[in-house]
Design a protein around this ligand. Structure first.
Ligand SMILES: Nc1nc2c(ncn2[C@@H]2O[C@H](COP(=O)(O)OP(=O)(O)OP(=O)(O)O)[C@@H](O)[C@H]2O)c(=O)[nH]1
Ligand SMILES: [Zn+2]
Length: 223
């Protein structure tokens, strides 16, 4: 049975399992040196990781004594976008943007293994095929007998709590991430928008996100 936060009440604790430094170099030459954390006890049994970037320890310490909240992005896995640079979505550029902004501010990137808004990679590719036949990104999920968005952010709350993060500035345009984390006991003091990463190929996808799930995206009008 799938775990959902509303069923089981308080978020079960998770513990840090390993932390290790992984130097990164992006295709455009940008480099960052996050501390990568793995965890024991995440409720869905998947291998989610947290990347702590910049002066993250000071950012967390400061937030515990009333200073500004650390910048945190929960980023859902998108193999085609994050790894291969797919232009069907905005995930790759958003991930690159997030790493740099969090490294500058000090904070945490949660890399959540929730491919395809939780339906998995093969189902996402099936959904892409349906979108090529005219359905939008949400209709395609429904046509496959899946939810429009099956993501549950309990694991994100678990990881933040294990890292000692109680308050966050959340780097996202997705109001559901903010709402769920608040319900899970993480204080979201601010929702910080990501930039708009628009291409000819992702315009329909981003328009559906803005229209159907209230993503905060300033898109040009399409007639
Ligand atoms: N089912 C499905 N999933 C998609 C499609 N396009 C992208 N995705 C997935 O959508 C998710 C996007 O996740 P995020 O980058 O966290 O983005 P978001 O929830 O839109 O919110 P932001 O924080 O504003 O970026 C990834 O898991 C992608 O694999 C699609 O057409 N169908
Ligand atoms: Zn994507």
């Amino acid at each position: 049975m799938m775990y959902t936060s509303s069923e089981l009440g308080p978020v079960p604790p998770a513990a840090i399992r390993t932390q290790v430094t992984v130097p990164l170099r992006f295709p455009d030459g940008y480099t960052a040196v996050p501390r990568v954390f793995s965890f024991d006890g995440l409720v869905d049994g998947r291998e989610h990781i947290a990347l702590a970037l910049g002066d993250w320890e000071r950012a967390i310490d400061r937030s515990l004594v009333g200073g500004p909240a650390p910048l945190v992005r929960p980023h859902s896995e998108c193999l085609t976008g994050d790894v291969f640079g797919s232009e069907r979505c905005d995930c790759g550029p958003q991930l690159r943007e997030a790493v740099e902004r969090i490294a500058d501010a000090g904070g945490i990137l949660l890399y959540l293994r929730q491919e395809g808004r939780g339906i998995g990679l093969y189902a996402k590719l099936d959904a892409y095929a349906l979108q090529d036949g005219g359905l939008d990104t949400y209709e395609a999920n429904l046509a496959l007998g899946r939810g429009e968005d099956e993501r549950d952010y309990t694991v994100a709350a678990q990881m933040l709590t294990a890292l000692g993060v109680e308050r966050v500035a959340l780097l996202t345009n997705n109001p559901d991430k903010t709402a769920q984390l608040e319900r899970l006991g993480i204080k979201v003091e601010e929702q910080v928008r990501t930039r708009l990463h628009l291409s000819e190929a992702n315009l329909r996808y981003l328009t559906a996100k803005a229209g159907r799930s209230a993503h905060t995206l300033d898109l040009p009008r399409v007639d």
